[in-house]
Design a protein around this ligand. Sequence first.
Ligand code: IMP
Ligand code: MG
Length: 190
Amino acid sequence: MVGMRIADVQNDIDHELVSKEQIDSKIHEIAAQVSEEYRGKDLLLVAVLKGAVNTLAAFSQALSIPVQLDFMSLSSYGSGTESSGTVTIRQDLSTDVRGRHILIVEDIIDSGRTLAWLVDELKRRGAASVEIFALLEKPARREVDVDVKYRGYEIPDEFVVGFGLDYDERYRNLDSIAVLKPEVYQGVNA
Ligand code: IMP
Ligand code: MG
């Protein structure tokens, strides 16, 4: 087996938080539930680029119902570790969402600002239903109330990388979720 593991970026990583096996088992558990609940419906999975791509790929393949996929690129973070609070569309969906059942697949919910904005936007465009699956949540950081129907793991208030999540575009291809050593990002937001 090959792949980028903790050992390959050991100098930058403080500790592993969610293992590859834990990610895999949670995604399969939620995929089974979603397959059950959306059977017979025409489901559209929407992922926010780029962080949710790994979760979307694993999740969509774990489903036992046919779905469609679409992507949106939003910017709420710069290259630092804090949300800017304003959301802008960098790249829009290619699907008309009117009348569609949508499940937003997210890597992580931090302040909740990005997701709250996206749910409102999709409803405004006429989606029939909008639900959320978030692989990770940082409850301590929540600023905006969003209703997450399918919940993965709650994690402490620490900056994490891996399985799609980056720091300054790095570590996205790490196969598990890990806490970065503070010295790696220190000074950037100071
Ligand atoms: P929110 O709008 O504050 O909830 O931020 C959500 C987005 O910020 C996520 O989809 C991630 O792309 C990014 N983000 C939040 N926390 C982390 C983290 O710990 N590591 C990497 N990216 C993060
Ligand atoms: Mg994201």
